[in-house]
Design a protein around this ligand. Structure first.
Ligand SMILES: [Zn+2]
Length: 181
């Protein structure tokens, strides 16, 4: 049974402090990255559990704590869930991996393909990053998926209204990878 560690991005809703990080936002739609990630993450957990995976999920302000939890649990796969933001015009989906993480790249391609197929979002592709703690601090294949751009109104409406479809896409990406797609 594959052990999948999920990390909805940024601080959990209950973690209010002066340094509270709710991620990117769309003020006009009252939409915040941390709550979108939490909602999608919860649904991904349900779908993956139903598909026979063992799932652990942690949304936490400490990236160190997240990496330690995944490593100590002995996760087989790590998936961090985020929303992108740039200039309100950029839109689409991208999935990030660490450059030497070849299995992570395969997992990223499976998740990226599912989201783009389901939504027809702009395919920004699979990209490598060396500076992300959850990618360079985890021992297992790890990806960070940027579902869509929360500051772009067209993407943000999808993030608001179709969280279940995003979750299905991420879960299917994981099961595609596990089946060697
Ligand atoms: Zn983020």
């Amino acid at each position: 049974m594959a052990k999948v560690f999920l990390n909805p991005g940024h601080d959990p809703e209950y973690g209010w402090t002066d340094y509270y990080d709710r991620g990117a936002d769309n003020e006009s739609l009252c939409l915040y990255e941390n709550t979108v990630a939490a909602a999608v993450g919860k649904l991904v957990e349900q779908y993956l559990t139903a598909a026979g995976c063992e799932v652990k999920s942690l949304q936490d302000e400490s990236l160190k704590r997240i990496c330690c939890a995944a490593n100590n649990w002995g996760a087989d796969l790590f998936v961090s869930i985020h929303c992108n933001a740039f200039n309100t015009i950029a839109q689409g989906t991208e999935t990030l991996t660490y450059p030497t993480d070849n299995e992570g790249k395969k997992l990223a391609e499976c998740i990226q393909r599912q989201i783009v197929d389901i939504f027809g979002t702009v395919d920004r592709g699979v990209k490598t990053r060396t500076d992300l703690a959850v990618l360079n601090g985890t021992d297992m294949p790890a990806v960070l998926v940027e579902l869509a751009f929360i500051d772009n109104n067209e993407d943000a409406v999808l993030l608001r209204d179709r969280q279940d479809d995003f979750a299905k896409a991420v879960a299917r990406g994981v099961t595609d990878y596990l089946q060697g797609a």
